[in-house]
Design a protein around this ligand. Structure first.
Ligand code: NAD
Ligand code: ZN
Length: 276
């Protein structure tokens, strides 16, 4: 059931955020698991999050993989992934928040999205300029040269595990970044470069506790950029944000897009009037 969010109680915050977005041509966004909650995928942290309920999982997944990648692949191919989280991911569809964010890209406002989500929903909603800083569960990656392939296009030879890269012979793993695994340097570089070019930063559905992802809004603030936060719960960024809208992204983002469209239409109308 959709959470009830009283938009009118936050109309001043909506106006400030819409002004900032309408004046921006290079917004960089950091998105987290909260964006996909309305698509039926549970978050890890926050109210009702998987870790909030069950505690944190083992933090040495990457050690286990590195010690014996062949064994890891055998197990993965035998068992697949059938836990509740995997099922929620399989059944998920983009929500109105994903679609509204993709619209902000179409409108020339959002220039880049750094997402911590592995669920592919941003791309399916039409977003094109994306860094998946924690990878994508439907892709594979070479741990040496960082080339990536859609999982479906890659044939794994079960007699020769782990699969290795045709280009550099490096070991291939699932693209999702495991606990204890370094973030691929290309993703870090791109996120840093895009943040350095931003004129506005927006965080959506992230607890802003996972580093290095959480460093990008901090860097933006240090450069004096305005920050918009969308999250029903407070985070370490809430007090630092220029404006924080405490609602679910599936409701907040479409409402914001509507306000931004009106502002841009008014600007065009005023310009045409001046030119008449
Ligand atoms: P998180 O689980 O730490 O925090 C989620 C945040 O979302 C919380 O701050 C919560 O208040 C907020 N939230 C809850 N409902 C929301 C809504 N409807 N709209 C907006 N915000 C909402 O997520 P995280 O900070 O992204 O870190 C956990 C890591 O686990 C991620 O980096 C990601 O790699 C992985 N993860 C991915 C998915 C996914 O792909 N969908 C889901 C869970 C976890
Ligand atoms: Zn390679």
């Amino acid at each position: 059931m959709a959470e009830t969010f009283n938009r009118s109680a936050h109309s001043a915050a909506f106006e400030v955020a819409a002004d900032l977005l309408a004046g921006s041509t290079h917004t960089v966004v950091l998105a987290g698991a909260g964006m996909s909650k309305e698509s039926g995928i549970p978050t890890f942290r926050g109210e009702g999050g998987l870790w909030t309920i069950n505690g944190e999982p083992p933090l040495n997944q990457y050690d286990t993989f590195s010690q014996d990648p062949g064994r890891w692949w055998e197990r993965r191919l035998e068992e697949g992934r059938s836990d509740g989280f995997a099922q929620a991911l399989e059944q998920s569809e983009p929500n109105n928040g994903h679609r509204a964010l993709a619209e902000l890209e179409d409108m020339g406002i959002v220039s880049h999205l750094i997402t911590q989500n592995i669920d592919d929903l941003h791309r399916r909603a039409g977003q094109t300029s994306i860094t998946e800083i924690h990878g994508n569960r439907y892709w594979l990656r070479c741990i040496s040269c960082e080339r990536r392939w859609p999982r479906q296009e890659y044939t794994i030879d079960e007699a020769a595990l782990p699969p290795t890269c045709d280009h550099c012979s490096g070991v291939i793993k699932s693209d999702t970044v495991m606990f204890g695994e370094p973030i691929p340097p290309t993703a870090l570089r791109r996120s840093g470069d895009e943040t350095a070019q931003a004129d506005l930063f927006m965080t959506i559905g992230t607890s802003a506790l996972v580093y290095p992802a959480a460093q990008y809004p901090i860097e933006a603030l240090q450069r004096g950029l305005p920050l918009i936060e969308i999250n029903p719960e407070p985070t370490p960024l809430t007090e630092l944000a220029t404006v924080a809208i405490p609602g679910p992204s599936g409701q907040v983002l479409p409402a914001l897009v509507e306000l931004v469209r009106k502002r841009l239409a008014n600007t065009v109308a005023r310009k045409n009037h001046q030119e008449d």
